[in-house]
Design a protein around this ligand. Structure first.
Ligand SMILES: Nc1ncnc2c1ncn2[C@@H]1O[C@H](COP(=O)(O)OP(=O)(O)OP(=O)(O)O)[C@@H](O)[C@H]1O
Ligand SMILES: [Mg+2]
Length: 213
């Protein structure tokens, strides 16, 4: 398919531990541009693991992650991570000793004030250390940072987990806009029925994952 951008081909993954156990087994799934996906499943079912493979932060134990038809291991992984993907982590991964604005600028040249306005972070917070923000505010700064730049793939791990309904609604709008207006492939791990309702496709991980958890 023309607008296919990412594909997992028979991907299996086991963490290298004393007692290796498959978290993902024979996962086959395709993702297209201009589409927002919600990935759901119980805690521990491998959602974050799946995102880290899609982001090129880790490689499958077997099988392939294909970006535009090419195994990402055969491309410049660092360039793939830097130029093609944006990630909002489950734990926000903000840099403690930097301000809100500096955290957004980490991703590269952008207009941090416009991005922070978009996620509803008022100007009184822009110069503040991120340590002095609430959990929901930190999450929105992490989303603003991910929106900086022009990545074709936006990966978010429970981006609305700590947010009230109103803020969740605004984040859902931003995510759907990235897919439908900017043409990005947006993949959101979520437990939120509202995020699922806004997605073009909902992927229940257990239906594509043959590993038993
Ligand atoms: N670094 C690690 N080493 C070993 N096992 C791990 C590691 N990280 C995660 N796991 C295990 O892999 C399984 C899948 O974890 P993962 O974080 O992908 O789940 P999840 O679906 O994101 O869960 P949650 O909804 O709680 O975030 C879990 O059983 C977890 O304990
Ligand atoms: Mg997780």
């Amino acid at each position: 398919m023309d607008n296919q951008i990412l594909r997992l081909e028979d991907v299996s993954y086991a963490y290298r531990s004393k007692d290796p156990r498959y978290v993902l087994r024979d996962v086959r799934v395709e993702f297209r541009k201009g589409t927002m996906y919600a990935v759901t499943g119980p805690s521990g079912s491998g959602k974050t693991t799946l995102l880290s493979l899609l982001a090129g932060l880790d490689v499958p134990t077997s099988g392939k992650v294909l970006f535009r038809g090419t195994d990402i291991r055969e491309t410049d992984l660092l360039a793939y991570r830097r130029n093609s993907t944006s990630l909002v982590f489950q734990s926000y991964n903000l840099i403690d000793y930097l301000t809100v604005r500096e955290n957004v600028l980490l991703k590269g040249p952008c207009d941090p004030d416009e991005l922070l306005n978009r996620v509803g972070i008022g100007s009184e917070l822009w110069g503040r250390s991120v340590l002095k923000l609430s959990g929901g505010q930190q999450q929105r700064v992490a989303i603003a940072r991910a929106l900086a730049g022009t990545s074709e793939i936006l990966l978010a791990d429970e981006p609305t987990g700590n947010l009230d309904e109103e803020t969740e609604t605004s984040i859902i709008k931003i995510l759907t806009c990235c897919a439908h207006k900017d043409g990005a492939c947006v993949i959101v791990v979520t437990h939120s029925s509202r995020v699922c309702a806004a997605a073009d496709e909902v992927i229940e991980l257990s239906t594509i994952n043959k590993a038993v958890s």
